[in-house]
Design a protein around this ligand. Structure first.
Ligand SMILES: Nc1ncnc2c1ncn2[C@@H]1O[C@H](COP(=O)(O)OP(=O)(O)OP(=O)(O)O)[C@@H](O)[C@H]1O
Length: 213
């Protein structure tokens, strides 16, 4: 399970203290007003920010001594951070090896994930040749390839039009059902939470309230 135990951080004149226990598998929507600390919570778990106090544990082990790349975490953001000079296959392959020294078996697993997200036939395209929804599929494929047990989604669908958004929600639900990570998804839209069949985590006044899903 994921445990945040009095995980505290302060910026300027504001303070947050997060206490949270989530089961190993499950989907949770993280809601809260703009500036309430949603991205801060994800950054603490991913290791891009360090808490001032408290602990963050996965399966009983503290994540705090671990570099972000070594944590059991993968993140998908609204901006996909695809490399414009790398193909769809290469951008996806970064999920396995940042040096892109890929074996035949790894190329096969990339291909299989690209088929899962509906990008078969686009392996050799560059991101600039793709729509926003297709770019988001590449980013999702890269996350899925990593198969890390904690999946952090920061407004993954908010830049997409309504139809593409619905397709991405369906696709994300399907792949989550296959590999069963613990998912925390930041969204401004309670409809996304319902569509993802997520329980609700709400940040208010620097604390998390966990509502039944
Ligand atoms: N590294 C930082 N240094 C100082 N202040 C920061 C830092 N990161 C975030 N903040 C501030 O902390 C507050 C919470 O930011 P955060 O991005 O977590 O909010 P959020 O709930 O994700 O907001 P939004 O919904 O608008 O994306 C904001 O007021 C932000 O300006």
């Amino acid at each position: 399970m994921l445990q945040l135990d009095h995980t505290g951080i302060a910026f300027a004149e504001r303070e947050w203290e997060f206490d949270l226990t989530l089961a190993t598998h499950g989907v949770h929507a993280l809601l809260g007003r703009s500036g309430s600390g949603k991205s801060t919570l994800l950054n603490l778990i991913a290791g891009f920010m360090r808490p001032d106090s408290g602990d963050i544990r996965w399966q009983g082990q503290s994540l705090l001594p671990m570099q972000p790349s070594l944590r059991p975490v993968t993140s998908l953001f609204q901006q996909q951070n695809l490399f414009s000079h790398l193909t769809v296959r290469q951008n996806t392959g970064l999920g396995i090896d940042p040096g892109l020294k890929l074996s035949a078996a790894q190329i096969q697993s990339i291909q299989s994930v690209l088929i899962d997200v509906g990008l078969e036939g686009m392996e050799h395209k560059l991101p600039g040749m793709l729509s926003g929804g297709e770019q988001q599929r590449v980013a999702l494929a890269r996350c899925l390839l990593r198969r890390r047990p904690l999946l952090l989604l920061d407004e993954p669908f908010s830049a997409l039009d309504a139809t593409t958004r619905q397709e991405m929600i369906t696709l994300t639900r399907t792949v989550i059902a296959q590999y069963k990570p613990c998912v925390i998804m930041v969204t401004h839209d309670e409809e996304d939470a319902v569509a993802m069949q997520a329980s609700i985590l709400r940040i208010q006044d620097g604390r998390i309230n966990h509502e039944a899903g």
